[in-house]
Design a binder for this molecule. Structure first.
Ligand SMILES: [Zn+2]
Length: 468
């Protein structure tokens, strides 16, 4: 735990509010400025652009970013220099001539991705919220950061009839209360951002009424959080037959939203649930419109979907690895960056009338897939827990080529029949030769940052037994 939190936890609540609000004022100054409203209007007006207008815009921006990367960014400049020295005459003007970039390479030398005309002192520094070993270091200019937050304001809040001036609550993984705390407050009010920060670590059956009371007494208009945390709250509201305060919208982000989570959250809060997709490295982002379709934000980045086992670009409708070229942060350009997410794009148009491209689905993380012996990649299995089995939530762990272990939290009324249903549904999806081991738990373990993983793979994909 950082020292700052140790001091923070000893403060009386009003002092915590002061501390959180000081931090909030600092963030607000970085994120929003006099140009914000005009940017929001500009982004909204682009949503009616023709395909031709988008093509021209993207070509121009892509050309600028690629040129800047090849000439001003040490990592890429060196890479192209070496290619030239080896007699490679391919043009950096074409995206397909650029190799894929892994998270590992970026993590090892983040500063090499920063354009050489940047003034680090004047930039916003961000350590992305990954677990230890998966963190990334990023630098953004004030202009870029404000464009990013204007995009969120336009394509998320505005679409749902709320704004950054509304009072909102966030269910997040910051330790705003000590983990062993057993009575409220499990939150802190941030005056500068009109934001109630609710701890995900203290959500429980017993604490749920206190969370709802806090949301009500702070007159919260909308709620944002991890799907798994929103689900936990929703599940308790339904099971304890509590009535939640009225909200305009619930926004989920940062994890794959599962079908059973969506159903429970909508049923509990009785308001629309809109999912957001956004990479901390800001190279790709999207948000759900009122038709429930996930629109991509072209200004954030250009998206390609590549096959799981080769670098072949897949057509619309097929799920593969999401590779993004960031178009917003030209000071730290990430070209063909392997986001670690799996998704499919679609070429359908949306009934909402917006011309923004769409993702057909987001399957989850590349490392969180079940791989079968016959070479299938299965990224979503939440259907296994849907509707009838009396299970609150579950996690499916692939231990090896032949074994799946299912951790599940039984709900009231759970019987052996429910277990059989789960095994049967898994066999239908992964093949009946896979051993399925069921294990009841009180709680599915979260990651250190409070995030939930529906699928975990411990499979060594290079191991013997593979037919590849
Ligand atoms: Zn739409």
């Amino acid at each position: 735990m950082p020292d700052w939190f140790k001091i923070y936890h000893r403060l009386p609540y009003p002092m915590k509010v002061m501390a959180a609000s000081t931090r909030g004022r600092y963030l607000k100054r970085w994120r929003y400025g006099p140009a914000t409203e005009a940017m929001v209007e500009e982004y909204l007006s682009r949503e009616q652009w023709s395909a031709e207008q988008w093509r021209v815009w993207q070509e121009e921006r892509m050309a600028y970013v690629l040129h800047r990367a090849a000439t001003r960014v040490p990592y890429y400049r060196e890479q192209w220099g070496q290619r030239r020295a080896n007699g490679d005459n391919s043009s950096p003007e074409l995206l397909e001539n650029w190799p894929l970039l892994s998270k590992e390479i970026l993590r090892r030398q983040p500063r090499a991705f920063l354009a050489d005309d940047c003034d680090l002192e004047a930039m916003y520094f961000e350590r992305t919220g990954g677990t230890t070993g998966t963190q990334q270091y990023l630098w953004l200019s004030r202009e870029t950061l404000q464009a990013w937050f204007a995009l969120f304001e336009a394509r998320s809040r505005r679409w749902y009839g709320v704004s950054r001036h509304d009072r909102w609550a966030i269910l997040g993984g910051q330790l705003v209360a000590p983990v062993d705390r057993d009575k409220p407050p499990f939150w802190v009010w941030n005056i500068a951002m009109n934001q109630l920060y609710l701890s995900v670590f203290h959500l429980s059956a017993k604490n749920t009424p206190a969370y709802l009371k806090a949301i009500e007494s702070h007159r919260i208009v909308y709620l944002l959080g991890y799907p798994s945390a929103l689900y936990r709250l929703a599940r308790e509201i339904l099971d304890q037959k509590l009535s939640p305060p009225p909200l305009k919208v619930v926004i989920s982000n940062a994890e794959t939203l599962l079908d059973y989570q969506r159903e429970a959250i909508v049923a509990a809060f009785q308001c629309p649930l809109r999912d957001a997709y956004g990479l901390a490295e800001i190279a790709a982002a999207g948000s759900e419109c009122e038709m429930g379709r996930m629109h991509i934000w072209p200004e954030a980045g250009h998206i390609e979907i590549l096959a799981d086992m080769s670098d072949e670009v897949l057509p619309a409708g097929q799920v593969g690895r999401l590779v993004a070229t960031g178009l917003l942060n030209a000071d730290m350009p990430l070209i063909r960056y392997q986001t670690g997410d799996r998704a499919a794009v679609t070429d359908e148009t949306c009934a909402c009338g917006r011309t923004l491209p769409m993702l057909q689905e987001i399957e989850g993380r590349v490392e969180d897939v079940i791989v079968t012996r016959d070479g299938r990649y299965i990224g979503r299995l939440d259907g296994v827990f849907k509707a009838d089995p009396h299970v609150r939530e579950g996690q499916i762990i692939q231990e090896d080529w032949d074994t799946l272990r299912v951790l599940y939290v039984p709900a009231e009324g759970y019987t052996a029949r429910d277990g059989e249903t789960i095994v049967q549904r898994l066999h239908d999806r992964v093949g009946s030769d896979m051993n399925v081991v069921l294990e009841a738990v009180d709680e599915v373990p979260r990651m250190p940052n409070g995030k939930f993983r529906a699928i975990l793979s411990r499979l060594d994909r290079s191991s013997a037994g593979s037919n590849r």
